[in-house]
Design a protein around this ligand. Structure first.
Ligand code: DX5
Ligand code: ZN
Length: 222
């Protein structure tokens, strides 16, 4: 059976005090920190990249935080950067199916990530059918179902993602299934019931005054 995991996304955190923000979610009981990397090409936004993750990892270790670094790459040409993201401290590297030209591109990237000692995740956009994740389910460590169009935090949840999770869970009973985008206190239980076991929560946690307490509201129930 798969464990339930909370993965706060720091996209909506205070970028001037990232170490403190990580400490807050760890104190709140989060197991992962979700790192949204955007290149301004695959998505119409730019966030942060390799050196920022490396600094955060160092700081997290110095503070004794046991957060799994979960990097969600919304970038083209991910094969060129996978090695650097892992050396920077990413424990999971997720890339997008939409950036791959062929099935062998997917498999080659999975292999590249695993050979460097990290776990490999495959993500799909809301407009990509779940069949893709079913096809690769036995080849990957984690599937990521986007429940918003990637690029920005704070968007509304796209309901069709729930059916994708239900379908994928039937085909892959033990696969880690992450859902990302528009998740909040009102809908996270529905997301878990649908079959996702890792939930990404960004703005719903970091836009609150008390981040530790807000994180606990999720972590104490999953
Ligand atoms: C969107 C990102 C998400 C997002 C989550 O491109 O992949 O991780 O920032 O943030 P919320 O929870 O605010 O939708
Ligand atoms: Zn994400």
């Amino acid at each position: 059976m798969t464990d339930f995991i909370l993965a706060p996304s720091i996209l909506s955190a205070d970028f001037a005090h990232m170490g403190d923000e990580l400490e807050k979610i760890a104190k709140g009981g989060a197991q992962y920190v979700h790192l949204d990397v955007m290149d301004g090409r695959f998505v119409p936004n730019i966030s942060f990249g390799i050196p920022v993750i490396a600094s955060l990892k160092k700081d997290a270790l110095r503070r004794g935080l046991e957060l799994v670094f979960d990097a969600h790459l919304m970038i083209h040409d991910h094969e060129c950067y996978v090695k650097d993201f892992i050396e920077a401290g990413s424990d999971i590297v997720t890339f997008h199916y939409e950036t791959c030209k062929t099935d062998s591109d997917v498999l080659r990237t999975v292999d590249l990530i695993r050979r460097r000692g990290a776990k490999a995740g495959l993500a799909i956009n809301p407009s990509t059918p779940v069949d893709v994740l079913i096809k690769f389910a036995s080849e990957i460590d984690m599937a990521l179902i986007m429940s918003v169009n990637p690029g920005f935090g704070g968007q509304g949840f796209i309901e069709s993602a729930l059916d994708k999770a239900r379908t994928l869970r039937k085909h892959a009973p033990t696969l880690d299934i992450q859902m990302d985008g528009g998740i909040n206190l009102a809908n996270y239980k529905t997301v878990l019931e649908a079959g996702a076991n890792i939930i990404v929560v960004g703005s719903a946690i970091f836009n609150q005054a008390d981040v530790i307490n807000e994180t606990k509201k999720y972590s104490s129930h999953i």
